[in-house]
Design a protein around this ligand. Sequence first.
Ligand code: PEP
Ligand code: MG
Length: 554
Amino acid sequence: MKTSSDIRSTAEDSLIPIVTRGACISVGFAHGSVCVLDSLTGLPDAQPDNSSIISVEVEVNRLAIAIKFVSQELVVLATRVAKEIDANLAVVFNSHIEILNDKVVTDELQKEIVANLLPANIAVLRVFLRWEKRFLLMESIFSREKAEDFRDISVRLRKALAGVTTHPLSSIPEHCVLVVPRLLPSDTVHLANRAVAAILLEYGSFGSHSALFTRQLGIPCVSDISKATGFFKSGDVVVIDAAQGIVTLNPNRKILEDFQVRVNRDTLLKAKFKERAFELAVTESGDIIKVNANIGCAEDAVKAAEDGADGVGLYRLEHLYIGKTQPPTFEQLVREVNHTLAPFNGKSVCVRLLDVGSDKVVPYLGLPEEGNPALGRRGIRLMREFPELLEIQLKALLSLMEDFDLQILIPMVTVASDVAFVANVLSKCCAELSVKKPLLGAMIETPAAVLSVVQIAPYVDFFSFGTNDLIQYIFAADRESALADVYFNEAPEVIFRLIEKVHNDVPAMPLSVCGELAGNQLYTERLLNCGVTSLSVISPLVSTIKHNIRNIGL
Ligand code: PEP
Ligand code: MG
């Protein structure tokens, strides 16, 4: 981040400030000149789809050489990423090497050349586009990431075939605000040693690999800025508050001054909060409030431990099930969960049972399509139909009890029989494996669950409020739709009333909040006053929320 003296006060007053909004991918403030790149492929103009070839053998041979070249390039890249960014992120490129050399993929490429007499680059374009579409059709965030991987490999392979060796990002100006349609994982590597002030994207989800890279590199990033590459011009001056997803074009002197005040305050505060991030948060009246982290993969867990999370308050298991052709085996589950939770060895970890269905599709279960999937078979409803899915998870989790203070959380509870069902299977598994029963909790994220806590309580040891779904269901507002955003902004007061009601109905029950509301610093005190006893947030917020708690007298 630049200092105030760096901030250009040259923004011409005649230029009118224009505010654009997008979605936050990676938090932070930035100020700088825009550099727009319409495309990052660096590929020459596409050949016509019907280009003819000299010889099938030549093309097959060209393809084999390109695959070998790209595989070697990826090994170098993985090593570079491990050294310059993060060892965990190098995994992305190792998985690209696997895809590139997968027999199903290479056979399909050869067949495309031979059967349609196509040049290797067109065959690559077609085959990888087919794979990309297959994953995109699955509509889950994780399969969209897989689609992105296929697009990335396709570009890399076609560049190798065309003999293109430079990347457009290797020549962008230092400290620029990069504006691109989208960012692929391999693009981000070219940003690792370049001082980019921020990135603005037209497309890109929070969970994508590129999003992970930008967060890891600490580059502020905002996505979902419609037609950004047409709207911004290279050389435009912008200020960005990525946490809020706000980009201001042509900031005037007043905006720049206000911005700098906020940047300075933010920097000082963060440094102050971080000093005590590893201490427990105790309110002025002496109550210890645990601040845990929400995680979904191993990288999140490493970061959460570094950010001072007391434990894991919500481990979403979905990434182990989505974008796959079959569910993980018992051994795979044990290995993956153990690996992910390793930074929290000996600490409390709350693992949520599989919450697929709705927007997270698992094709291998062969479920018929639902008109209204968010109201259909998801979370515990699905596991009641596939008890073997539940049993394998419970047994895998129970095998980790020696290493972790384990808690198990049931998603999408609506009626007491949902929790009675899991409690029963859990008891049987514990008896079979001769282990003591871990704490069992229910997600309170549907209106019916709120109204049934007295009936649910006898089967569980704690409740965790999933405010993202609770808002969706109580306001009848689709959480995936930007059109319903207004209800999410209106929601807190209603949610506080619901939490208060639950606390009054079952006063002895420990209450946690693991939805997004828990990370909103404005509401920490209110949540604790409603009877909440622990919070679970994304890890960069841990130190700030702990600071808030220390200033609350309950
Ligand atoms: C929630 O619904 O608030 C929650 C934490 O779960 P998810 O966002 O995974 O549905
Ligand atoms: Mg939920």
